[in-house]
Design a protein around this ligand. Structure first.
Ligand code: BES
Ligand code: ZN
Length: 466
């Protein structure tokens, strides 16, 4: 093991250079215009899996973006770890707010700045380099390895969901290892055991059949922006509760123990507010910020479009207005049920004076993984060893929709070994990843694989318990 750790240390600058190459590829899944980049990125990733010693590497074409699969299955009698990551990235707009080119990674202040540096190229690259180190030093791996790298995470993982259902045998494993979440704070090694789900909707409000002069017509017909604003204002009450009927019906209450665990985490609401530049925090009444973020469902407008938005003033009564709305969900809410309730409620509060159309985007089921699991415990020890600090267990406000499918379809525990920080600006200008987290991530991964290799495989037919 020492030789592997030394190898990682002495090759680290090459890993940064390789990551830079990976980050150069503009693999934006949401934009049709980047389809070729996505393809190139899948090819790049598959080459990296080959370099890491994978005996079989295949790019599976899908109805959407390709899935990169790799395997090395020569550790007879040892468990199998499936490593998941996504090579697609978010769009870069507003590009003028980036201090350096989003696709020409720059190192500043111990961080690597680029779109995808954290989410998720930098984070999953960690697990390619750890495996490669074992391969280069010992010619073998401590466990059997499978990789699944997808190109659609940022747009809902539709193809991978289907792939997983069809390829259960191929993807059979004893644990799924994922780094696509955040650490609780810098230098605080973290294992995440819960993710929120998602239900993403769009409301389009149409009034008159064309834009009108707001003087000649204002007052005679409903204004779609005004009506949309009224609809939005009826989605929450004054205590921050969502007003959609049955919205909270299936929400699992947190246990007293979990509540206590949250309290033990050193979270300062004051610093949090300061960092975000707000005078005071807001949210559902009766819950702490961590409870709101990790255990309560929420509803937020993500974007609103309508009327005249250029500089200056134009007197116009617009024909249309649109809002994009996401709901973050928690166990045991079902995004499909929530979608139905949302549609029914929005229709019920829509006036006849406008036409309201409601469209659904993607879903994601919430998930909580049992902490007692052996693989999770080994991962906790591994991050603790690599970072030289005590590990904390957190839940996460964000979503990784495929995790639930891994857990349900493959019956394998998901290990969420987050290496990012909430301050890394994912989905935002100047996304970055701490170089030291990249390094300690590779070490964490190596420790984990090594230790997990000492376990007897369960072939995922049943869950391993302590
Ligand atoms: N890496 C994130 C998930 C995440 C978000 C982790 C925040 C830690 C903090 C992932 O790539 C992501 O952005 N997921 C989307 C899913 C959606 C597009 C279906 C999300 O949460 O918005
Ligand atoms: Zn993301």
């Amino acid at each position: 093991m020492d030789a592997v750790l030394n190898y990682i240390n002495s090759n680290f600058s090459n890993y940064v250079a390789e990551l830079k190459d990976y980050l150069r590829i503009k693999s934006i899944s949401a934009l049709e215009s980047h389809k070729e980049d996505i393809k190139r990125c899948a090819e790049f990733a598959s080459q990296k899996l080959k370099d890491a010693g994978m005996k079989r590497v295949e790019i599976f074409q899908t109805g959407g973006h390709p899935i990169v699969y790799g395997e090395w299955l020569e550790a007879e009698g040892k468990p199998t770890v499936l490593i998941y990551g996504h090579y697609d990235v978010q769009p870069v707009d507003p590009v003028e707010l980036w201090l350096s080119d989003p696709f020409e990674a720059e190192l500043r202040d111990g961080k690597i700045f680029a779109r995808g540096a954290n989410d998720n190229k930098g984070q999953h690259f960690v697990h390619i380099k750890s495996v490669e180190a074992f391969y280069k030093v010992t010619g073998k791996m401590p466990v059997n390895i499978k990789y699944v790298l997808e190109g659609e995470e940022e747009i809902g993982s539709v193809s991978l969901t289907k792939f997983l259902k069809e390829q259960k045998e191929l993807l059979k494993c004893d644990a799924v290892l994922i780094s696509d979440t955040s650490m609780f704070a810098e230098d605080v090694p973290t294992i995440t055991y819960g993710l929120r789900g998602l239900c993403y909707m769009e409301i389009e409000v149409t009034g008159p059949n064309k834009d009108l002069h707001s003087g000649s017509f204002g007052g005679s017909v409903a204004n779609p922006i005004n009506e949309l604003a009224k609809i939005i204002s009826k989605l929450h009450d004054k205590n921050g509760k969502v007003l959609i009927p049955n919205f909270y019906k299936d929400v699992r209450r947190i246990t007293a123990k979990e509540k206590e665990n949250f309290k033990q985490l050193k979270f300062s609401e004051k610093n949090y507010a300061k960092e975000l530049g707000v005078k005071e925090l807001a949210g559902e009444k009766g819950f702490t910020t961590l409870e709101r973020l990790w255990t309560r469902p929420t509803l937020d407008c993500n974007g609103i479009i309508g009327g005249f938005t250029e500089n200056g003033a134009k007197t116009v009564l617009p024909s249309k207005a649109l809002a994009k709305i996401s709901m973050r969900l928690v166990p045991d809410q079902d995004p499909k049920k929530i979608e139905k309730e949302f549609i029914r409620y929005v229709k019920s509060i829509s006036p006849k004076s406008v036409r309201v159309e409601i469209k659904s985007h993607h879903y994601g089921y919430p998930v909580v993984v049992p902490l007692e699991n052996r693989a999770v415990q080994i991962a906790a020890n591994a991050v603790s060893k690599a970072f030289g600090k005590k590990v904390v267990f957190t839940r996460e406000g964000g979503s990784i929709p495929i995790v639930v499918d891994f857990v349900k379809q493959l019956k394998a525990p998901a290990i969420l070994m987050g290496l990012g920080l909430d301050s890394d600006n994912i989905h935002s200008p100047n996304e970055h990843f701490l170089i030291k987290n990249f390094e300690k991530g590779i070490l964490s991964s190596a420790y984990f694989l090594n230790e997990f290799g000492r376990q007897t495989p369960t072939n995922s037919d049943e869950e391993i318990t302590e």
